[in-house]
Design a binder for this molecule. Structure first.
Ligand code: PHE
Ligand code: FE
Length: 290
């Protein structure tokens, strides 16, 4: 998920000054590799026809179907040849500036622990399945690879400009929960969706959530929830569009403008929205009613 909260300001015992740790691949037990395999099989079956072509291509070219938790060194070697990205292990959530700095240098930070067999569907901190299965395939796509590097630099800048919350929303609604309109139809590419058995269906099929065309300022003003399925998804036309909309714009004046405006509550449709699906919000209402 989005590394936006942090508990420590110095790396824990045994970590490097940049917060990385060895993945220690040989330490994983058979049971832990088994959890990866179970999750992998379940998702891999579900994703053709649902996940973006770029995502599926990444899964394939990175050979993520090889059984067991991937070895970051081997994975990084493949990724490095394709787009210059690497995957490095960290002990958990890291401070924002550390997270952004790695990203700006094409290092994707991933948790090295894996969820327990009784947590297949829900966990609070991103584990290696979310981070690697969810995020890394998209990094094999050259446009997405450029986007995330630029995002890292943008993050460092947003910290200086006091606009971290606004920029974090962009990450949330693209990198974590983004949808894309492809020729074949609506597809998922956000890591939080592709790594979730239930949300990878909900995000596309359920009448409950809003699906709205991507608009940079709109997204950066929109609140989000971290405890359940999203009530809004934003739909891009292409990764080119996403890359252009973000890298060809100076965010400083944008931040200035939107910091004066009210935040947009989670499920609200506002004037100017280009709505793909006006959601019923039935799911959220049912949940709230208990
Ligand atoms: N162009 C943005 C800025 O001026 C940086 C950025 C690029 C942010 C890509 C997000 C994604 O701050
Ligand atoms: Fe994530």
């Amino acid at each position: 998920m989005n590394e936006e909260t942090h508990a420590f300001d110095t790396p824990p015992e045994g970590a490097n000054p940049d917060w990385t740790i060895p993945q220690d691949w040989s330490r994983y037990s058979g049971e832990e590799h088994g959890v990866w395999d179970t999750l992998f099989e379940r998702q891999a079956k579900l994703l053709p026809g649902r996940a973006s072509e770029a995502y599926l291509r990444g899964l394939d070219v990175l050979k993520l179907s090889k059984p067991g938790i991937p070895d970051f060194e081997e994975l990084s070697e493949r990724l490095m040849k394709l787009t210059g990205w690497q995957v490095v292990a960290v002990p958990g959530l890291v401070p924002d500036d550390v997270f952004f700095d790695h990203m700006a240098n094409r290092r994707f930070v991933a948790g090295n622990f894996i969820r327990k067999p009784d947590q297949l569907d829900y966990l609070e901190e991103p584990d290696v399945f979310h981070d690697v299965f969810g995020h890394v395939p998209m990094l094999a796509d050259p446009r997405f690879a450029d986007y995330l590097e630029a995002y890292g630099r943008g993050g460092l800048r947003a910290l200086d400009l006091g606009a971290l919350k606004q920029l974090a929303r962009l990450y949330w609604y693209t990198v974590e929960f983004g949808l894309i309109e492809e020729e074949a139809g609506l597809r998922i590419y956000g890591s939080g969706i592709v790594s979730s058995y239930s949300e990878s269906r909900f995000a596309l099929d359920d009448p409950s959530p809003n699906r709205i065309r991507f608009d940079l300022k709109r997204v950066m003003r929109t609140e989000y929830r971290i405890d359940d399925f999203q009530q809004n998804y934003f739909v891009i036309d292409s990764f080119d569009e996403l890359l252009r909309a973000t890298t060809e714009t100076d965010f400083a004046p944008l931040y200035e403008e939107i910091l004066q405006q009210p935040d947009i509550p989670i499920a609200e449709i506002v004037p100017g929205d280009n709505v793909v699906t006006h959601g019923t919000q039935d799911y959220a209402r049912r949940k709230a009613a208990g």
